[in-house]
Design a protein around this ligand. Structure first.
Ligand code: GRF
Length: 204
């Protein structure tokens, strides 16, 4: 997707937590490393620090909690339809799942074919779902693997942390490294690879 010289791309970023990857995107947009702006940050958790990061950067936020839907007996599809309506109004070029912790159904995914990108702190086909970094590190402790990694991929369907790969980077384990130290290294790689992947979207 090539842009004209003066038109910035429109990113919508979905988050659930600390938002360190969101921060990497905000910084890259601010410094024109990515030829885009974050037009909105959507979050399903009220206390997510990522919301504060967005506000500090002057980026609009939308909070869409799941609990009222659950309490009203509504379905995940109901939630995802409302989420899709919200995001459609923002007219995004790309939707970036940067630590978004809800599984999305086709009610959302089907509305944005080819436009949804996810970051996962493990290599393709490994450790889908939560606690991927910890599970990989534990496997290293058991002597089962000697590296893990990070990937950025498209989200075509309801497969968990699965889809056409945009970029990957392997991360070798270091002897004596604690889980906390390994996590820090993984996050550092994530912040780097996510920006490279988004740049590649605008060059494709
Ligand atoms: C990242 O490790 C991401 O890959 C995973 O959740 C974490 C979010 O971190 N899905 P942050 O909120 O961007 O700091």
């Amino acid at each position: 997707m090539r842009l004209s010289l003066y038109k910035k791309g429109r990113l919508v970023v979905l988050i659930s937590g600390s938002g360190s990857n969101l921060q990497a995107i905000l910084d890259a947009c601010q410094s024109d490393v990515i030829p885009a702006e974050v037009v909105c940050v959507v979050c399903d958790r009220k206390d997510a620090y990522g919301l504060i990061r967005a506000e500090k950067a002057g980026v609009p936020t939308q909070y869409l909690p799941w609990m009222p839907y659950r309490e009203a007996g509504k379905t995940r599809e109901d939630y995802d339809r409302d989420l899709a309506d919200l995001v459609k109004q923002l007219d995004p070029d790309w939707i970036i799942l940067a630590g978004w912790m809800r599984l999305l159904t086709l009610s959302f995914l089907g509305e944005f074919s080819g436009k949804i990108v996810n970051l996962h702190p493990a290599l393709p086909g490994t450790y889908p779902g939560t606690h991927a970094i910890q599970r990989a590190w534990e496997d290293f402790q058991q002597g089962n693997i000697d590296h893990s990694g990070v990937m950025v991929h498209f989200v075509p369907d309801e497969g968990v942390d699965d889809g056409p790969v945009i970029l990957t980077e392997e991360i070798p384990f270091l002897p004596e490294e604690t889980l906390v130290e390994f996590e820090e290294r993984v996050h550092h790689v994530e912040h780097d690879i996510l920006i490279k992947a988004i740049i590649s979207l605008f060059n494709s």
